[in-house]
Design a protein. Structure first.
Length: 333
């Protein structure tokens, strides 16, 4: 088999898969009903490998579901939350912490689907730092204050006998690639890192002080889809089509690991070897039905309560509008 014929067969296989998804999407569209609009403005807080299904959907399933989606990346939970509250975007995918901050600010925003369980953060430090106690008086980088990276960092510091407000200085450092550069240049002593930057840090000789899956919980309520309640009320068919495309993208990624890794590499602009590794780390952490990870929710709320973010767990019906989760079998592919 020459290169040309091999390429043709691979292209045919990929094309057939996309055509099949498109045909199924049209059938499902008929069951859902007419879309209230075809255009959707969608926001992500930062780039990240746990957003794999979203990158796959942008390339493979959104258009097939009749949706024209403008995707915008921000510089953390705070910025994307502000955009959602201001009406600059219609839907976001961000940390549960971001949703809680919106709720505490009495914004009419709610989650409507979760299902991202990745506990994939790690803490990388300068080579001279060998243990947590060595961080006293040092600079630690998180994405933004009040974000998931901030809350997790404060939790592991306390767990390891450090006072986040006195023993260290936590600073906002933006997305993980920026934190990686700050580590390399010596502008940060330690930073919380996500894939693939945590592997880059390890390969460059940084000390890996801890991992979220070990030091916090093996599963985590990492992201949720959020929207203003009024938008959900006015556009239920759009949300169903959006979620169906999301579930399709998860299934496509599981069935096509090489293609999913390629999409991840292109979206995040990192080498193929890291894309493959990131794919393997995140792919088992998606719950198609959009449920929160029950086993880790007590740990989650304890972290927020101990950090003074909330006094008690927020009622489930204020946190997640379950109308789409409970009708999964009606709209799912």
């Amino acid at each position: 088999m020459d290169y040309k014929s091999g390429l043709t067969r691979r292209a045919f296989t990929a094309g057939a898969a996309v055509s099949l998804m498109t045909a199924k999407a049209r059938m499902a569209n008929a069951a859902i009903g007419p879309l209230e609009t075809t255009k959707l403005r969608f926001g992500l807080p930062v780039p990240g490998s746990s957003f794999l299904p979203i990158y796959v959907a942008a390339e493979k399933t959104w258009k097939a579901s009749g949706l024209d989606i403008e995707m915008v990346s921000f510089r953390g939970d705070a910025e994307v939350a502000q955009a959602l509250a201001a009406g600059s975007i219609d839907v976001s995918c961000q940390s549960l912490d971001g949703l809680i901050n919106l709720i505490l600010a009495e914004q009419p925003v709610i989650g409507f689907y979760a299902g991202f369980y990745q506990a994939d953060f790690a803490w990388a430090a300068q080579p001279a730092i060998k243990k947590w106690s060595d961080l006293k008086g040092k600079l630690l980088g998180v994405s933004t204050f009040g974000s998931l990276t901030d809350e997790l960092t404060r939790y592991v510091l306390i767990k390891n006998g450090l006072d986040p407000s006195r023993d260290v200085k936590i600073i906002q450092s933006g997305p993980a690639p920026g934190r990686m550069q700050a580590l390399k240049s010596g502008r940060l002593d330690c930073a919380i890192m996500s894939p693939p930057d945590k592997w880059v840090a390890e390969e460059s000789g940084m000390t890996m002080l801890g991992a979220q899956s070990i030091d916090v919980a093996p599963e985590w309520p990492k992201h949720a889809f959020l929207a203003p309640s009024k938008f959900l009320d006015a556009n239920p068919n759009v949300i169903k089509a959006f979620l169906r495309a999301h579930v399709q993208s998860i299934r496509y990624a599981r069935a096509n690991p090489d293609e999913a890794a390629r999409i991840l590499s292109a979206a995040l602009k990192f080498p193929a070897r890291y894309a493959d590794k990131a794919y393997r780390e995140v792919i088992d952490g998606y719950n198609e039905r959009g449920e929160l990870p029950v086993a880790s929710m007590d740990v989650y709320w304890n972290i927020l309560i101990e950090g003074g973010v909330v006094k008690t767990a927020i009622p489930k019906d204020r946190l997640i509008d379950r109308r789409f989760i409970e009708t999964f079998d009606d709209w799912a592919p």
